[in-house]
Design a protein around this ligand. Structure first.
Ligand code: SF4
Length: 722
């Protein structure tokens, strides 16, 4: 136990209607003394000191709380702080804090805080409109101005050291950005965003089953905070980032670890954290007081042990949840429901899952400016493409988490175990282009969950993990992404994964051509996601033809597209052989299948090289567009392009520009070597690209990032000799 909250004054000078002390289920405040007496304060300080000494704690935190702690007045406060400093400070480092509404914070009081090294956190819900929703005096008057006066004092150089931060309770009716900006304007050292306390009996305001209004609200703040460069720590977001990295959250509200704290009430009662007051009358009680029991005896009580039991103490739903290590079932009090007690997920479950999933989904801030500019030149080396690949994997994971409630729990758990043992194996399988293609269909309600078992089985094979997995064969075949096809006897629905390859496996063929190694995906049921049909399983002769074609084309890629070749080798993992078209060359890309190209094999290595480079440009740009809007999503502007008779939507025109710029460059290099007909091709593609860039720039459809991107492409062409 390293944190102690002391309720030094039971009453408050405000009457906020969202206050859990007075307005929620617990009403024990009515029977307690208004003020913590000197005797209780002395005994409490002695108990904390005893605990710190017994466990050799290098530091403990003590928060003076209420009601409103400043109502204690300066003299009583001085006595209390003197007691704590002398008794607790004698045995360990004492981090003294206070949570206040700031109204009674004047200069003499701030001097007192400074003198005793107390840092004050101030409760403020945002701008005046937001704050006035709840934080009012008993007569209905606004507290905003008085609170800002207190904050102004804490912001001043003299008292800055006494400023701990701001605690803001979220109300989804408030504009999240206005709230964020109002809090930031107070220059706090830290911001806490608090979900209003609620239970399954008393659900959060403005929430409906399965809805995620709080996740949506918090995400708006999160995205803005990221794009501002995280100007101030925001505890909830920092805690979730920590859990994403496998570190402790350091907070009660999320994460598997629980930095446990104890509360001492004005009458000396040991209590559980205050948030319990929202569950039911007396919910925070432990039956112990600082006069009858030590902190160790408090920790040994069943209620405190349950709180500290980590993931094992969670409900079965939480234990099977894909984000449990990050969420931890939310705040203990928020799990309460009459009948099942605390053996439930958080009443904020949908919001927590939505928030955690969306935070894991890469956004604009995940694309460094240098990588963006490199891609905006039309090029993109191996490192830039590796960056895109990593963000694509994160997107696939987020899609799976979003679909988790449609997937079998046991298979989820197995994937989690494999991920812990061999994360590289799971990464490899999730990077298979057609895992995302399926996940998108599943989320859109166009497909079932059966493919998930194939994905997990593939991960088990790659990781060498023993497993028995129930699968759904298609025509007697199970396709394991990245591995191949397993043929199973009729009626068999279980794959037994052990050492080595599964029985009946036909590995997916692959080809290495110089720096490029690709799978020839001729069997995956989700490969047929291009607008031209895929071939069936390749014959041995067809596989040989592909190997020969790619090996003949690769030198042309290296020679004619040197700025794209190594990025292509880093990001292209899969080719789906397409059926031949007797009329024209056929190649394609799917936005939902990063790393895969569909190509109908041509015997002309120069043409195959152009198709590889051209299509991979679409792949790269698709991955950029997954992170950043280059075209205003609300724009319906169409842009004239030379390669099509009809004007194209701006984003499609940009895709064409991005690919054709590279093709123009390849023909430019070929013309430079005097290849017959190359100059004509170069001029055609160059004119198309230059004209479309002009039309796009004038269209008004580009975002700021889009203009920067298109300017980069124009600059690349500008460097070519005329
Ligand atoms: S998201 Fe829901 S199910 Fe998952 S751990 Fe959190 S509360 Fe439990």
């Amino acid at each position: 136990m390293r944190q102690f909250v002391l309720k030094v004054h039971e009453l408050c000078n405000l009457a906020c209607d969202h206050c859990y002390v007075y307005e929620h289920a617990d009403q024990t405040w009515r029977d307690r003394p208004a003020i913590m007496s000197a005797a209780v304060a002395q005994r409490t300080a002695a108990r904390i000191a005893e605990h710190a000494a017994r466990h050799r704690l290098p530091a403990v935190g003590v928060v003076l709380h209420g009601g409103e702690p400043l109502l204690l007045g300066r003299e009583r406060l001085r006595e209390m702080l003197t007691e704590l400093r002398s008794t607790v400070g004698a045995v360990t480092a004492l981090d003294l804090r206070m949570q206040t509404n700031g109204i009674r914070l004047d200069e003499p009081m701030a001097e007192l805080l400074l003198e005793f090294g107390v840092r004050a956190g101030v409760s403020l819900d945002g701008d005046r409109a937001a704050n006035d929703r709840h934080r009012l005096y008993r007569n209905g008057a606004s507290s905003h101005e008085r609170t800002l006066r207190g904050l102004a004092l804490l912001r001043s150089p003299r008292f800055r050291d006494a400023y701990a931060g701001i605690l803001c309770t979220v109300d989804v009716r408030n504009d999240p950005i206005a709230v964020y900006e109002a809090l930031l304007a107070q220059e706090p050292p830290r911001i806490d965003l608090l979900l209003p306390h609620a239970t399954w009996d008393q659900p959060p305001p403005f929430s409906s089953a399965g809805g995620t209004p709080y996740a949506g609200w918090l995400l708006k703040v999160y995205r803005r905070w990221l794009s501002d460069g995280r100007p101030v720590p925001i505890r909830l977001f920092d805690a979730l980032h920590a859990t994403a990295d496998g570190r402790d959250s350091g907070v009660e509200s999320v994460g598997a670890d629980r930095g446990e704290l104890a509360v001492v009430e004005t009458d000396g009662s040991w209590e559980q954290p205050d948030s319990m007051k929202t569950a039911f009358h007396g919910a925070a009680a432990t039956g112990l007081t600082v006069f009858s029991a030590s902190a160790d005896e408090l920790v040994a009580t069943p209620v405190m042990r349950r709180r500290q039991s980590g993931l094992a103490g969670l409900s079965p739903t939480c234990r099977a949840c894909p984000v449990v290590a990050r969420c931890g079932g939310g705040l203990f009090a928020h799990r309460f429901r009459t009948g099942s007690g605390f053996d439930n997920p958080s009443v904020y479950c949908s919001d927590l899952k939505g928030l955690i999933t969306a935070m894991a989904t890469p956004g604009p801030s995940e694309l460094p400016r240098s990588v963006f500019d490199e891609l905006a030149s039309g090029g993109g080396g191996a490192d830039a493409v590796a960056h895109l690949t990593a963000t694509q994997e994160a997107i696939t994971r987020s899609l799976l988490v979003a679909a988790a409630d449609r997937l079998p729990e046991a298979t989820w758990s197995l994937l989690g175990e494999i991920d812990e043992q061999d994360p590289a194996a799971v990464r490899r399988v999730l990077a298979h282009p057609f895992v995302r293609a399926w996940a998108v269909r599943l989320l859109g309600g166009h497909d079932g969950p059966e493919r998930f078992a194939d994905v997990v089985a593939a991960a088990a094979v790659v990781a060498g993990v023993d497993a028995r997995i129930t699968v759904t064969p298609r025509d007697g075949r199970v396709h394991l992404p990245t591995i191949g096809v397993v043929t199973v006897p009729p009626g068999v629905t279980e794959l037994v994964i052990g050492a080595g390859e599964p029985a009946g496996l036909t590995p997916t063929p692959s080809v290495t051509a110089g720096d490029l190694t690709v799978r020839l995906e001729d069997a995956d049921p989700y490969r047929d996601c291009h607008d031209w049909p895929a071939t069936g399983t390749l014959t041995a002769a067809e596989r040989l033809a592909w190997a020969g074609g790619l090996r003949a084309a690769w030198p042309s890629v290296l020679r004619d597209a040197p700025d794209q070749a190594y990025g292509l080798a880093a990001g292209l993992t899969t080719i789906t052989p397409l059926a031949a078209d007797p009329v024209t060359l056929r190649s394609a890309t799917s936005r939902q299948a990063y790393g895969a190209l569909g190509i109908a094999l041509t015997p002309d290595p120069a043409a195959l090289a152009v198709m590889l480079v051209h299509e991979f440009q679409h792949t790269k740009l698709g991955a950029v567009l997954d992170l950043i809007d280059l075209v205003d999503p609300g724009s319906d502007v169409r842009v004239t392009v030379g390669w099509r008779p009809d004007p194209r939507p701006a984003e499609q025109a940009l895709q064409g520009v991005y690919a054709h710029l590279t093709v123009a460059d390849m023909w430019r290099r070929r013309a430079g070597r005097g290849e017959p007909g190359a100059e004509g091709h170069h001029l055609m593609y160059r004119t198309w690209t230059t004209d479309a860039i002009g039309h796009l720039s004038a269209s008004g459809a580009l975002t700021t990032a889009g203009r920067r991107f298109v300017d980069g492409l124009a600059a690349t062409i500008g460097e070519w000799p005329g």
